[in-house]
Write a protein that binds this ligand. Structure first.
Ligand code: GLU
Length: 307
């Protein structure tokens, strides 16, 4: 792993929040936004917002604009222009070509049925027939295991070869895969710290393999607690039933703060978004962030805060 402090001159910390526009901002995404913002502010660093609109079939019309308006209502203002992945295909293409010419990526004609027949994990092509438009996969070297130190969860070891196998960089339908785009963008934007929800913990090993293959710096990582619904299941942005209310930002910010394991008393006196965020910045204790899921979101404002 490259030295995590080896970043462009003068940048101590540049974080980001990178929502996919598949629904309105919900309690889980607000927790990730606030958490990444707090890490950046505490370090005296910068915080950016990137819209990950790579998958038009899953996109909800107007969601990106509503997410941005919600962030503004919650006082979470990015330190630079918002970028949209839909406008960055040339960067992904360039990275893909580099990976192909260095032997790290290959065209794959395997269908879902081909893969199902070999247990669903791609270690070599078994395609029954060639496709007009093949996918492109990253070649995960046999036995690859990736270790990293998560700032919240400690040492993590992921068996990428055994449990994931060769993963997709460009889908057969022509869309860019999240794994490639996120790595290219984090490198291009000089992101030093990836602070995001624990639902993405499993992707980190793949992303570190890609970062090494592309010769870019591996950022630091912190994976924040998931917010679960009343049924104990992870909230996803496509569950439109659980948006946070930008018109009433203080309860949702308090819930996100508590979900980050922080002391509710720190925000007790705050009566405005600006005042609350100032208290949060001053009182943030990253070492208090827990690893267990928090929720349910229906308890916002009723005093039933996560343990
Ligand atoms: N776009 C991803 C999501 O909304 C987050 C990507 C990331 O933070 O790496 O789940």
């Amino acid at each position: 792993m490259s030295d995590p402090n080896d970043h462009p001159a003068g940048i101590v910390h540049r974080g980001r929040f990178a929502p996919s526009p598949t629904g309105d901002l919900h309690a889980g995404s607000l927790l990730a936004a606030l958490g990444s913002w707090l890490f950046a502010r505490r370090a005296g660093g910068e915080w950016l917002v990137r819209i990950e609109d790579l998958d038009p079939p899953r996109e909800v019309a107007g969601a990106a604009d509503r997410q941005l308006a919600a962030l503004q209502a919650f006082g979470l203002e990015p330190d630079g222009p918002v970028v949209r992945q839909s406008a960055r295909g040339a960067l992904y293409q360039d990275a893909l070509e580099r990976l192909m010419s260095s032997g790290h990526a290959f065209e794959c004609h395997c269908s879902r049925a081909d893969l199902a027949a070999i247990g669903g994990i791609h270690h070599q092509c078994v395609a029954a027939r060639r496709r007009a438009r093949p996918a492109v996969r990253f070649r995960v070297p046999a036995g690859s295991r990736v270790a990293f130190d998560d700032l919240v969860r400690g040492r993590q070891v992921q068996e990428v070869w055994a449990t994931v196998g060769d993963f997709v960089l460009r889908r057969a339908d022509g869309y860019w895969a999240y794994q490639l785009a996120v790595v290219v963008d984090d490198a291009d934007q000089g992101i030093t710290d990836v602070v995001r929800g624990a639902d993405l913990l499993d992707s980190t090993g793949r992303q570190i393999l890609l970062q090494r293959a592309l010769g870019v710096t591996v950022p630091r990582h912190a994976h924040l607690p998931l917010v679960t619904g009343a049924d104990g299941q992870k909230l996803s942005k496509s569950e439109a039933a659980w948006p946070v209310d930008p018109a009433d930002p203080l309860p949702a910010l308090r819930h996100a703060w508590a979900g980050l394991g922080q002391d509710p008393a720190v925000l007790a006196e705050a009566t405005s978004v600006g005042g609350l965020l100032a208290c949060a910045r001053a009182g943030f204790r990253p070492e208090s962030i827990g690893t267990r899921p928090v929720g349910p979101v229906v308890d916002i404002g009723r005093g039933a805060l996560p343990s």
